[in-house]
Write a protein that binds this ligand. Structure first.
Ligand SMILES: C[S@@+](CC[C@H](N)C(=O)[O-])C[C@H]1O[C@@H](n2cnc3c(N)ncnc32)[C@H](O)[C@@H]1O
Length: 212
């Protein structure tokens, strides 16, 4: 899928009340941003935001943060929010590598949706489920750890299951074909997922938890 370059993306971000400009200022204080103590769910690499926006609409008693590296994708996400005011949604335009600068132990769920697969061995540290990233997540999860991952990439999926196991996560649900799974796993599609669904590509899914 091609990424569009949005002209004036930086200005769109600067003008949006959804975008948190200096996320490090709110470390350990995200409840003040949302004005409540509801659980906080974080999507890394939200792209155009279709998934996190729908989640925020569907679950008003949870808070959602979409983080995305690319300003053009982030600007498109802001446009995709539309006119309905969502008090439980915030957006950060930054590198996922920075999350420990932005969050203390205050995240309840992390969504990894069609993250870059980095299939080559030499790039495995860049995967969002590399051991390095899992260590970062340990520093921002509130108490229990909860990761939901969806991908069409077998290499990323297999290495994710291995690494999550190494960190003692257990798997509540695993599916090798989410859209044809007889258990009807609740699911909101992401932008990439819509495309892959049309192409009849199987989607790998894991709902992984670690309880203290
Ligand atoms: C394949 S796209 C998936 C987008 C969206 N999650 C979806 O499923 O439609 C991966 C996204 O992750 C973003 N991304 C890649 N590396 C990132 C990083 N280190 N930090 C934050 N976002 C990143 C990319 O810019 C891209 O928008």
């Amino acid at each position: 899928m091609r990424y569009n370059v949005v002209k004036g993306a930086r200005e769109i971000l600067a003008d949006s009340s959804y975008v948190i400009q200096n996320p490090e200022k709110y470390k350990n204080n995200w409840s003040s941003v949302f004005g409540n103590n509801n659980p906080i769910c974080l999507e890394l690499g939200m792209g155009r935001g279709i998934f996190i926006i729908e989640m925020a609409k569907m679950y008003p008693n949870k808070n959602f943060i979409g983080l995305e590296l690319d300003p053009s994708q982030t600007a498109t996400a802001i446009k995709n929010i539309g006119t309905k005011k969502l008090n439980n949604l915030k957006i950060i335009c930054s590198d996922a590598n920075n999350i420990v600068e932005y969050f203390g132990k205050e995240i309840d769920t992390i969504y990894l949706t069609f993250s870059e697969p980095w299939p080559k061995k030499q790039d495995e540290k860049k995967r969002f489920t590399s051991l390095n990233y899992l260590k970062l997540y340990d520093r921002i999860f509130r108490k229990n750890k909860h990761i939901i991952l969806k991908t069409d990439n077998k290499i990323l999926f297999a290495s994710s299951l291995e690494n999550l196991s190494e960190f003692w996560y257990t798997f509540d649900k695993v599916s090798l074909d989410l859209h044809h799974d007889e258990r009807n796993i609740p699911n909101i599609m992401t932008d990439f997922e819509v495309q892959y669904y049309k192409e009849h590509r199987p989607i790998y899914y894991v709902d992984a938890k670690y309880k203290d």
